[in-house]
Design a protein around this ligand. Sequence first.
Ligand SMILES: [Zn+2]
Length: 302
Amino acid sequence: MTAGDGRARLRAALVEAGLLVPTSAAGVDGRSASYEAVVAGLEDVILRAGAGLPVASVRFPPVMPRTVFEKSGYLESFPDLMGSVHSFGGDEAAHADLLAAVESGAPWADHLPPTDVVLCPAVCHPLYPTCAGTLPEGGRLVEVSGWCFRHEPSTDPFRMQSFRQHDYVALDGPEGARRHRDRWAQRGADVLAGLGLEVETEVANDPFFGRAGRILAASQRDQVLKLELVAHVDDGPPVALCSANCHLDHFALPFGITTADGEVAHTACFGFGVDRITLALFARHGIRTDRWPAPVRAALWP
Ligand SMILES: [Zn+2]
């Protein structure tokens, strides 16, 4: 048996049960009401984990301004993962050219110039420009939840192109940001343990592109900027269910975010992989949610 067999079996079981509804694109699946009931329960668990904290909430749509995307540095580090929205802006003659290209089977995307939006690559990215200016004393804590896109077509159910993340983001001084990251790494592990998912915390790196990217990845590891909470959900490779990231001033500098004492702020985010955790719950506890362990059901649906 290869490492991928468990993953393929899980996907087949999810599809057979109707929990995932495949489309013709790899990693782009519909989700059933039962699947979404787990997501809703999980979102509540994640919100309860932050209850009592002075946390603001914001929801952004799955697209974000191209200008913000350019400033975020994503194109430098992850050009292969991004998604850009294009549309038609021509006249009737240009429309006829477009249709002729489609009908003849020729490439037709050249007829569609880019719009002013791109697909959101990480749920916290649209937040930073909205926090420009001086932070209050003690910084800010914001929870953000929504859809992300990453162009990595795969039949591994844990590697979808379109998926949800739920982040707790701190905007603060360097110490406050790192403290947030470390606290939430522990809190996140506790949340997952409460759902029957034991995880290990590992130092990780982002999938930076190219030769320069290998240097960035090594530096990120050396500085322990990224932690992942990984679980062994089947006989495949371990799956990162959450990530805890120190961004240093990567976002605060370009978006003009400063601390109350006038220094460039640091940001950190702790992200729950909502779809990955949902899939891990099915992998761990089985396809039938009515047979899940009572404590897990009670946590999800109190
Ligand atoms: Zn984030």
